[in-house]
Design a protein around this ligand. Structure first.
Ligand code: NAP
Length: 276
């Protein structure tokens, strides 16, 4: 029996735990998926030492970037993005006892890109049998410019995806002057989002946790009155299913999408990384 799980600071209800537990049941596997709320990423080595059956971990807020210093091998995507959300724990048993190494992956960027293609197909701008490598640029042609709200680990994966689709990104931060780690990306403050900026950027992606359960009455501070039927408002949050950001954008005609497809897409990829 192998163990898998999720590390993060505060872990409430976990959709990943539901997802993997359901898969284990479906395939009649004895493996388990457990939640590991940890107060600091520095306890990761002790956690891996004490859970000898642990083969893989998902990583969530706020450790996606800090976890890298505990990893031995970084996938190319992680090198480029600077954040990881999936760890594979590779154990070897030799004369000195058990040793392990950690390989870090980022499946968020792929999960996000795939979900944009699904949305593109729903909107009728991309074929239903779309393929990321083939159709990424078609989505980019329809949405050549995007605003990405937030500048954390999730934003890094989203920016990487959008660049792959040849979408020009402008980041939005509460403190633009402090933002680091995004090269060649203009960063503006929320007050700088004018009607002109909204008209130029028809794809708006919320990568902040603003509006996530239990803070469901919150929404990023943007001028919702400038949304139109040409806009797509994409929220990475999936709990609640419709966030205040989505509701306000929809009231002005925008097409909206939550982060559930992205979550499931990235979990499917984690499943294959762990060789399940
Ligand atoms: P994070 O690092 O904690 O926050 C992201 C950024 O949001 C911060 O760097 C900050 O940027 C901004 N921010 C934080 N709190 C805010 C607030 N109260 N109001 C406005 N802006 C705020 O989190 P993350 O790991 O990037 O994840 C962000 C969200 O994406 C979470 O809700 C997470 O659940 C979701 N997510 C979903 C999926 C999925 O599969 N659907 C995958 C990954 C993440 P500034 O300081 O520059 O403003």
């Amino acid at each position: 029996m192998s163990e898998y799980g999720l590390i993060g600071k505060k872990l409430g209800h976990s959709y990943s735990a539901d997802y993997f537990s359901r898969k284990f049941a479906e395939y009649e596997m004895p493996d388990t998926y457990n939640l590991f709320p940890i107060p600091s990423i520095s306890v990761l080595p002790a956690l891996i030492e004490s859970h000898r059956e642990l083969k893989g971990l998902n990583v969530t807020i706020p450790y996606k970037e800090d976890v890298l210093k505990y990893c031995d091998i970084l996938s190319e995507d992680v090198e480029n993005i600077g954040a990881a959300n999936v760890l594979k724990i590779i154990r070897q048993y030799g004369d000195d006892g058990a040793v392990y190494s950690i390989k870090a992956y980022n499946t968020d960027w792929h999960g996000f890109a795939e979900s944009l293609l699904t949305l593109g197909a729903e909107m009728g701008i991309i074929d239903k049998d779309s393929h990321l490598m083939k159709d990424a640029l078609i989505f980019g042609k329809h949405f050549p410019r995007a605003l990405v709200l937030g500048t954390g680990g999730a934003a890094k994966a989203v920016v990487y995806s959008l660049r792959f689709m040849k979408v020009a990104v402008t980041l939005v931060s509460r403190t633009p002057e402090k933002v680091k780690g995004f090269t060649d990306c203009p960063v503006i403050g929320y007050k700088e989002i004018t009607k002109e900026v909204m008209d130029q950027n028809l794809l708006i992606v919320n990568t902040t946790p603003c509006g996530m359960y239990p803070d469901v009455d919150e929404a990023p501070d943007i001028p919702y009155q400038y949304f139109s039927s040409k806009h797509v408002a994409y929220d990475l949050i999936y709990n609640p299913e419709e966030t205040k950001f989505m509701r306000l954008a929809k009231e002005h005609g925008a097409t909206v999408k939550n982060g559930l497809d992205m979550l499931y897409n990235q979990a499917e990829l984690a499943w294959s990384i762990w060789d399940l």
